[in-house]
Design a binder for this molecule. Structure first.
Ligand SMILES: NC(=O)c1ccc[n+]([C@@H]2O[C@H](COP(=O)([O-])OP(=O)(O)OC[C@H]3O[C@@H](n4cnc5c(N)ncnc54)[C@H](O)[C@@H]3O)[C@@H](O)[C@H]2O)c1
Length: 372
């Protein structure tokens, strides 16, 4: 198969869909890999690294789209990219179609087959191609939060781990899923005093079994949150209610109960944020203050560490990408129901129910499509 990887063109996107290592694995299996010049630079991979892996470099995205049987990307195709997709071409990338009718209609009109990273599943009920980015955002949260806690950045001037004779920072993590667990691990590793709140008892049992000695956990109620935030130096918002906007768990009124210069890191900002005073910010201008409390609300946190994020995403996507290349999308999806769960669009038909419901478009069963 001819596998093409264009340079990402969405503003502030430095990741790339294919690492040189993934390219090398595909080439070793007899596939041809075509990379747009400079596609990997934002993640620290130059053209030479791809050439050494056996890939071919081309000058333009147009050439990549014109030549490839499968396009592997990171972000949803932008309008100019969607115009280059063609009937029968396979697209493997993040799509997030439900809130994006324009993209959905363009993909349907193109006749391509589109498999969305975010809806591929695993046998534990998880989302294996979303998890790596949650891991990155979670581990990054205490890092950016501790920077914000520094005096010059508007914070309380508290060191995460304290020093001998001075206690550590108090960190509260709301939501103990993928983001929250990784955030708590890093905050505890920095020496902070960490408490994780979650509403799932099985999850709290898991956290207690695995991390009991390293951070505390507590059942999440409005009362517990109100009490804990009064003494917190940093609160990390990491909740998710699948398919819904994030619940607002700290109100503006409650900010006055917190210590001046305390920091809120709202990782759930991509779902609307879990603090009433959160509004999405960018890496260029990540923090702002409300009523004496510092807020960090960057919606695409993994972009700050593009190299780590690219490699982490590549590790997770590569087995699926190779299966698609080796077998063709139809056979690969017949063999793997988790990959089939990623099928969103095929030949002008929508194949993902939640997207159809959100956009009022008829949906064809993906199982029917792969059997046809
Ligand atoms: N900003 C970014 O760059 C970025 C990157 C990755 C993920 N995210 C976002 O981070 C959020 C968390 O993602 P995740 O992968 O950890 O999800 P997850 O499903 O693994 O975990 C969410 C957790 O929240 C818990 N929860 C739900 N309601 C709660 C409540 N009221 N109080 C306490 N806990 C509650 C759930 O029980 C679950 O354990 C999502 O909104 C996701 O989109 C943002």
């Amino acid at each position: 198969m001819k596998i093409g990887c264009p340079k990402e063109i969405k503003p502030q996107e430095f990741r790339v869909g294919m690492t040189p290592n993934a390219a090398q694995e595909a080439v070793a299996r007899g596939h041809e890999v075509i990379i747009e010049t400079g596609a990997g630079l934002g993640s620290g991979f130059d053209n030479d690294a791809y050439v050494a892996a056996g890939a071919r470099i081309v000058d333009t995205a147009k050439e990549v789209f014109a030549t490839a049987d499968m396009i592997v990307k990171v972000k949803e195709p932008q309008a100019v990219e969607r115009k280059m997709l063609r009937e029968g071409q396979l697209l493997f990338t993040y799509l997030h179609l439900a809130p994006d009718p324009e993209q959905t209609h363009d993909l349907l009109a193109s006749g391509c087959t589109a498999i969305a990273y975010e809806t591929v599943t695993d046998s534990n009920g998880g989302l294996p191609l979303l998890a790596p980015m949650s891991e990155v955002a979670g581990r990054l949260a205490p890092q950016v939060g501790s920077w914000t806690l520094q005096k010059a950045n508007g914070g309380r001037g508290v060191l995460m781990g304290g020093v001998p004779g001075v206690g550590p920072a108090k960190v509260v993590v709301i939501g103990g899923g993928v983001v929250g667990t990784h955030a708590a691990q890093v905050a505890a590793g920095m020496g902070a005093d960490v408490t994780v709140l979650d509403r799932s008892l099985p999850r709290l049992r898991y956290l207690d079994d695995v991390f009991g000695g390293r951070f505390k956990n507590q059942y999440s109620t409005a009362g517990a949150t109100a009490e804990l935030i009064q003494s917190a130096d940093m609160v990390i918002g990491a909740v998710l209610i699948p398919g819904a906007a994030a619940p607002k768990l700290i109100t503006r009124e409650q900010l006055s109960t917190m210590k001046p210069g305390a920091v809120l890191v709202d990782v759930a900002i991509d779902q609307g944020g879990c603090f009433e005073t959160s509004k999405a910010t960018t890496h260029a201008d990540p923090i702002y203050e409300v009523d004496g409390i510092m807020h960090y609300c960057v919606a695409n946190m993994p972009g700050a560490v593009a190299r780590t994020s690219t490699i982490a995403l590549g590790n997770a996507t590569m087995p699926f990408m190779l299966a698609l290349a080796d077998k063709g999308w139809k056979q690969a999806c017949q063999d793997d129901p988790h990959l089939l769960a990623g099928l969103n669009v095929h030949a002008g038909q929508l194949t993902y129910y939640a997207v159809g419901k959100a956009l009022g478009i008829d949906v064809v069963s993906p199982a029917m499509v792969v059997k046809a």
